[in-house]
Write a protein that binds this ligand. Structure first.
Ligand code: C5P
Length: 227
C-alpha cells in the first residue's frame, strides 16, 4: 500500500525566538526542515507533503528538492494554517487518491531516526489502524492548579507522545472531516472518533525542538554524530 508522509513545518517558532520560522532555523549547515526530510526520505514514502508557512512554500520546495534528488516528483508543498491541526488538514487535502496510509510528522522533530518510521509502518502493515511512537515518562508528574499541587500521577501509566504518527488513510480523513475541537496531536483526534490507537517505541532523538535549549541539544548531537 502506498504511504504518504505529511511533514508539518508551518509553525512560527515563537518559543524558539530565532526570528525565522522554526523549520528554517539552521542546525549545522542545514535547516531543521532539511534534517527532518533526511529521515522522511529514508522511509518508503510514495508521497511527501510538506506544510510550510505561506511565505515559505518556495523555500520548502528548494529544501525538499535537495534531499529528494531523483525522487523530487514525490514532493508536494502546501501552505499551513493557524494551528497545527489546520496545517495537518491542509496537508491531508493534498494527499494523492491512491495513498492508503498516512504518517504525520513534526518537522521540529528533526533528528528522528529512520527506525521509528520503520516501526510505525510495520505496525500499520500488521493491521493496526492508528500507531503512535511513545517514550516512558522519566519525571515524577503532578496534577496542579495554579501553584497548588493537587495529586501525584502514577507515571507507569503515562507515555510521552512523539511523531511520526501513522494511520490508515480512510480513518485519518474521517477524523479530520468530523473534527470540532482542537487536539494537540493526530492520535488524540483519531481516538476521539473511537478508533483504538496502538503504541510502538519512540526514540530520544525524536525530541521536539521547541526552546533555545532544545536547539543547543540538537546542534550538539549533530556535532558529535553528524546526521
Ligand atoms: O508548536 P509545536 O512545536 O508544538 O509544533 C509542532 C509542529 O507543528 C512543528 O513542526 C510546527 O512547524 C508544526 N505547526 C504547523 N502549523 C502551525 C503550528 C505548528 O505546521 N500552525
Amino acid at each position: 500500500p502506498h504511504t504518504a508522509v505529511i511533514v508539518v513545518a508551518a509553525g512560527s517558532g515563537q518559543r524558539l525566538g530565532a526570528g525565522v520560522p522554526k523549520a528554517f532555523v539552521g542546525l549545522d549547515t542545514h535547516t531543521v526542515l532539511r534534517h527532518a526530510l533526511e529521515g522522511v526520505f529514508a522511509a518508503p514514502a510514495a508521497q511527501v507533503v510538506i506544510v510550510a508557512p505561506s511565505d515559505r512554500v518556495g523555500d520548502a520546495l528548494t529544501e525538499a528538492r535537495a534531499v529528494a534528488g531523483e525522487r523530487h516528483d514525490l514532493v508536494t508543498v502546501v501552505a499551513g494554517g493557524l494551528s497545527r491541526q489546520e496545517s495537518v488538514a491542509a496537508g491531508l487535502q493534498a494527499v494523492w487518491p491512491d495513498v492508503e496510509r498516512v504518517l504525520v510528522h513534526d518537522a521540529a522533530r528533526a533528528l528522528t531516526p529512520p527506525e521509528v518510521f520503520a516501526r510505525v509502518i510495520d505496525a500499520l502493515t500488521d493491521g493496526k489502524d492508528a500507531v503512535l511512537p511513545v517514550l516512558p515518562v522519566v519525571d515524577t508528574v503532578k496534577r496542579v492548579s495554579g501553584d497548588r499541587v493537587r495529586e501525584p500521577i502514577d507515571r507507569s501509566e503515562l507515555a510521552a507522545a512523539q511523531t511520526p504518527q501513522g494511520f490508515r488513510r480512510t480513518i485519518l480523513d474521517a477524523a479530520y472531516a468530523a473534527a470540532s475541537a482542537e487536539h494537540t496531536d493526530d492520535a488524540a483526534l483519531v481516538q476521539s472518533t473511537g478508533t483504538p490507537v496502538w503504541t510502538v517505541p519512540g526514540d530520544e532523538r525524536s525530541f521536539k525542538i521547541t526552546t533555545p535549549g532544545d536547539l543547543d541539544r540538537a546542534r550538539a548531537l549533530l556535532a558529535v554524530a553528524p546526521v
